[in-house]
Design a protein around this ligand. Structure first.
Ligand SMILES: Cc1cc2nc3c(=O)[nH]c(=O)nc-3n(C[C@H](O)[C@H](O)[C@H](O)COP(=O)(O)OP(=O)(O)OC[C@H]3O[C@@H](n4cnc5c(N)ncnc54)[C@H](O)[C@@H]3O)c2cc1C
Length: 441
């Protein structure tokens, strides 16, 4: 059964875009590059909420390094001869020789941010910064079924028509327990902004056991803070980036995982959780331990690790923030008051369905888990004219694997998406939607 859309007619002369991108982080930047190199005839526009390009700037700690080999930049695995390789960026900045002398495959995040900003600057003319997409619907425009994207820009509301939407809205910070009051509880995602007003020797609780939790703990500790780390594990566990296991991030594995039955795929992800954010870089883990030990030697004891412990709730008080915690080893609950609580408790993908009208939402095929279903090329499986598509690659971890929210496979994935859009464009569909709708149901 095809559901009839509630279609509005629009006749205004307006550019119909081949690709309207929502968000201009690394994912859509990789798509902008792939389109320029593979299909420059496709018209594009990207809407980005931020005022300028940025990549998690409030977590760009000076010493934080990439969790991915720099060869997994935005293009190399698809087109190693591209202008947009990390190596060409270094060459352009006259740093290729000195970078090589570092003998590392894992640059600092600050440098990768420079690389991404350098790439993004090439597309300034096709990005509307300071513009937030607010709604996506379908409309009939001069007899053609199209997407209409509403947005709030610097000059007020605006609307764009497109055949394909590339929604790469990224991740949203998540805090998995209730917080009453505000001001003293931050998600690690905003750390560099929030700690500006904190006394460096404050007492912090840092909740979480992954890479971000360890990086935050180190940063606060180096600033002179007292840190109580709260983790639901026995200790920080090392990230596994050993070669056999790391193959899970290879582009070829997307096909394998996509065809694997659901149950087996979930099992594989569970077994390989330590390859992702939840593991900590071994060097960082060791240096944290060494700093803590040195403090102990000096009698300072500024670090406390509450293992197998989870936070039940956080409540602001006059003097700080009071945490109710459950010690899993002793099966007891207690309270702990600190000056500030930092939650390194992870992220969840922003969903394009939040922007869809009700009618459009009903057209998306959903899996029994509650997640939307995607095709192999990262387009939502929707009851819609085959000439139209919504791509949302970061939402498809369940089907495409752990690379969905990571940089690892962006080069190849963006090429696949552009190829898929070119293939859709080749379909003749000028007035077909009206006929299909007329015959439906
Ligand atoms: C601190 C940190 C470090 C990381 N390090 C690594 C790493 O080393 N290696 C790795 O592989 N991955 C890493 N990641 C994972 C991360 O998801 C990817 O690096 C990358 O940011 C994904 O790119 P993206 O474009 O999908 O999402 P994002 O970078 O989050 O970009 C999404 C963009 O969409 C915009 N946006 C959202 N909604 C709207 C809207 N409605 N309208 C307009 N604009 C909108 C946002 O403002 C944002 O700019 C890290 C993540 C974090 C938080």
């Amino acid at each position: 059964m095809i559901i009839k859309p509630s279609i509005r007619q629009t006749g205004a002369a307006s550019e119909v875009l081949d690709i309207l991108g929502v968000g201009f982080g690394p994912s859509n930047l990789a798509i902008a590059i792939a389109r320029q190199e593979m299909a420059p005839e496709l018209s594009t526009l990207f809407l980005e909420r931020r005022a300028t390009f940025g990549w998690h700037e409030l977590m760009l700690f000076d010493t934080a390094t990439m969790q991915v080999n720099f060869l997994k930049d935005l293009v190399s695995f698809r087109n190693p001869r591209s202008h947009f390789t990390f190596v060409n960026f270094l060459h352009n900045q006259e740093r290729l020789a000195s970078f090589t002398n570092l003998q590392t495959l894992f640059p600092r995040r600050t440098e990768f941010h420079q690389y991404l900003s350098w790439c993004a600057a090439h597309f300034d003319g096709r990005v509307r910064y300071g513009t937030t997409a607010t709604e996506i619907e379908t409309v009939l425009h001069n007899g053609e079924l199209l997407f209409r994207v509403s947005a709030e820009g610097p000059n007020g509301p605006e609307h764009h028509l497109a055949r394909n939407i590339s929604y790469c809205g990224g991740l949203r910070p998540r805090i998995p327990f209730p917080v009453a009051g505000e001001g003293r509880v931050s998600h690690g995602y905003n750390l560099l902004r929030d700690i500006e007003n904190h006394a460096p020797d404050s007492h912090y609780a840092v909740v979480g056991a992954g890479q971000s939790a360890a990086e935050i703990t180190e940063l606060l500790y180096q600033r002179g803070a007292r840190v109580t780390a709260i983790a639901s594990r026995f200790g920080y566990m090392p990230a596994d980036d050993s070669p056999f296991v790391n193959e899970i991030f290879d582009p070829e594995q997307v096909d394998v995982l996509f065809q694997t039955p659901d149950e087996m795929r979930s099992k594989i992800f569970e077994m390989h959780a330590a390859t992702n954010y939840s593991g900590v870089d071994l060097d960082l883990l060791k240096s944290l331990y060494a700093e803590w030990y040195h403090d102990k030697v000096c009698g300072k004891n500024r670090f406390d690790f509450k293992r197998m412990t989870r936070v039940i709730s956080a409540t602001h008080t006059d003097s700080g923030v009071c945490l109710e915690v459950e010690d899993g080893l002793k099966s007891t609950r207690s309270t702990l008051t600190v000056d500030h609580l930092i939650c390194a408790t992870g992220f969840e993908p922003r969903s394009v369905l939040d922007l869809f009208t009700e009618d459009l939402c009903r057209r998306v095929r959903m899996h029994e888990s509650g997640a939307p279903v995607f095709d192999r090329n990262y387009a939502l499986d929707m009851e819609l004219d085959p000439g139209l598509a919504v791509y949302a690659p970061h939402m498809s971890e369940r089907q495409h694997g752990l690379t969905a929210t990571l940089l690892s496979n962006m080069a190849v994935r963006s090429g696949e998406i552009v190829e898929s859009i070119v293939a859709r464009r080749a379909r003749p569909f000028t007035t077909r939607p009206e006929r299909e709708i007329a015959n439906a149901g």
